[in-house]
Design a protein around this ligand. Sequence first.
Ligand code: SF4
Length: 267
Amino acid sequence: MALRSPVFGEAWQNDIATAAANTAYAVMRGEPTVNGAIELARNAMAATSRLAAGLLARAPSGAVACRAGCDHCCYQSVGVTPPEALAIADHLKTTLPDAQLARVTRHVSECHEKTRALPSAERFSPDHPCPFLEAGRCAVYEVRPLSCRGMNSLDAGECATRLRDPEARAAFLARGLGGRSFMEPIRASQAISAGLQLSLSELFRLDMRPLELTAAMHLLLTGPESLADAWLRGQRPFEPARGADRGKDPGLGEPIEALGLAPGRDP
Ligand code: SF4
């Protein structure tokens, strides 16, 4: 498959999105399944981490401020695609003992109750940590979302100030996205996510509109197992997990018919 027209301004991002779309098509070829979607998400997660590591290796020594235990970026609304959400739910259900899974599910639901009506700007707050943040570390690190893998700050002090100082936070939110981050890994994660979204929405007609992580996990951990099958049938069972400001979230949303057959390639 090839892009009919560029999705990103930078050619390297379009190349990555095209490669991700082709990988997604190869993994999901035939009848899409829940296991295929989970495999696809895990492939995308691994590819994003590999790309981010390669890009970070080119940064000047000491430039990237992120360290284990530094969690300032884990207090905000996080966007995920349905396959990522399915992979995280599967990870929790297959690795946690029943009692621990019940505890995590309760905690996710409590966080969801507190945040379900809040737009993204109000989610960026020390009052609303990600439900998977435990003692400064990510409890789902192995399957953390693509956007979490792309985030790398150049100034941890600035991250702390803009989260915890109300004036700095208001100024940051008024300016929109920004801050001193290493942008290439973020752009790489966006390109891989775009390839995933394009492939599944345009080739398989699956609803790939982005979800809000806490809401999606609440839905998958407390809802019926049949949710994933309904999604594979082209229905929209994840609509309740779109987040409070669903109109503003990043992502490609509805199919934009950007993918086409590359010359000489079979579908
Ligand atoms: S999933 Fe993990 S890395 Fe991402 S915001 Fe939550 S705790 Fe942080």
